[in-house]
Ligand binder design. Structure first.
Ligand code: FES
Ligand code: FE2
Length: 361
């Protein structure tokens, strides 16, 4: 169980830091204190103010939290179980968070963009098409993956519940010589051996076969992870693991949280390479991510100014494609850019807004 960061007295934020340890929690407004179980302990001059008042209901507001592979998920829905909510998405979370002895996270980078959060989901859950254009300069100046056409080969996996996965790069059947998964055999072969033991055979096989340059997962509604291999110099692509959260601030603003994650015992040279490569390309100051944010901001600006025109945007990519045979859970659409993951996310979101089931896609 966890607690909302809302003081039961007037609703102030009780905790102002992201990390830390303590014995008690104290609201900075009027000084109400709570123990770590959320129980109200007391307040300044309480005896006079609350004379004869039963304070037993003054505890912090509880919220249900569960963990999966070290990741913490919280909900205000008292009926939902995390197991059901994640469903088949657990298969892909296992691949990034269950393949070693555990993960170590950096402090998050946090920055605010003038973007509606769902626009970011649209990109992460199934769009690699934009690599060729929005990030086209990368190949021209010799950064990133030299042959961007390879990264624009997409496998989109539709996972029930509005989740989705995106693999980029050719599969092992087409380009067997690329070190898979994600160039780990070059940088850290022991992780691959460890993963063989920790993952199920199916999980390992999917990671190895499709994990070429990118494996992005999007957990409904606003969490994502990416296991990617990129380079900023003449060395082979470096495997990087990142986790994301899109925190809506308003209709037109989102705070992006970005963590770098490392498998326990990750070699220092690989960590350093991953940090350097990641910071150059991704995150608040990353040149690749700036390409994306510029597009997203323009989309949000247009939709905010032109919403009254009720324009219909074209989500037809891959609509006549059939799923290919796939070893893992979900439906795999491989080879082209399939925009169905975005549609399935939006349907699930609408479902929650309307509180009723929509027809299956
Ligand atoms: S709002 Fe927290 S003590 Fe008053
Ligand atoms: Fe991008």
């Amino acid at each position: 169980m966890g607690f909302l960061n809302v003081c039961p007295h007037r609703g102030a934020k009780i905790i102002r830091e992201d990390v830390g340890k303590g014995e008690i929690l104290r609201c900075p407004y009027h000084g109400w204190t709570f123990n770590m179980e959320g129980k109200f302990l007391g307040a300044p001059m309480q005896r006079g103010i609350y004379q004869g008042v039963d304070t037993s209901s003054f505890g912090m507001f509880p919220i249900r939290c569960e963990t999966y592979k070290g990741l913490v998920f919280c909900t205000i829905d008292s009926n939902a179980t995390l197991d059901e909510f994640l469903g088949d998405m657990k298969f892909f979370i296992d691949i990034v968070a269950g393949r070693s002895e555990g993960l170590v996270f950096s402090s998050p980078q946090r920055w605010i963009v003038r973007v509606n959060w769902k626009t970011i989901v649209d990109n992460f859950i199934g769009d690699s098409w934009h690599f060729l254009t929005a990030h086209g300069w990368l190949g021209e100046v010799g950064l990133g993956i030299q042959d961007l056409k390879l990264t624009s080969i997409t496998g989109v996996i539709r996972v029930k519940g509005g989740h989705g996965v995106l693999f980029t790069g050719p599969s092992a059947d087409d380009y067997p010589d690329i070190p898979r998964p994600l160039f780990y055999p070059l940088w850290w072969p022991n992780l691959v051996e460890k993963a063989k033991v920790k993952l199920t055979q199916r999980e390992f096989d999917v990671w190895k076969k499709y994990g070429t340059y990118e494996m992005l997962g999007h957990v409904f509604p606003n969490m994502a992870f990416g296991n990617v291999a990129y380079t900023i110099d003449s060395e082979p692509p470096v495997p990087i693991l990142t986790f994301r959260l899109w925190r809506p601030i308003s209709t037109f603003e989102t705070e992006i949280w970005t963590w770098l994650a490392f498998d326990k015992d990750e070699p220092e040279n690989l960590k350093k390479k991953a940090i350097d490569t990641f910071l150059r390309l991704f995150g608040a100051a990353g040149s690749v991510e700036h390409d994306d944010v510029a597009m997203w901001e323009s989309m949000t600006e247009n939709s905010s100014k032109l919403s009254s025109l009720n324009l219909k945007l074209k989500y037809y990519g891959g609509m006549n494609q059939s799923p290919t045979q796939f070893e893992g859970p979900g439906e795999l659409y491989y080879g082209g850019n399939n925009e169905g993951n975005t549609i399935s996310f939006f349907k699930e979101y609408l479902n929650y807004l309307e509180g009723e089931e929509l027809d299956d896609m």
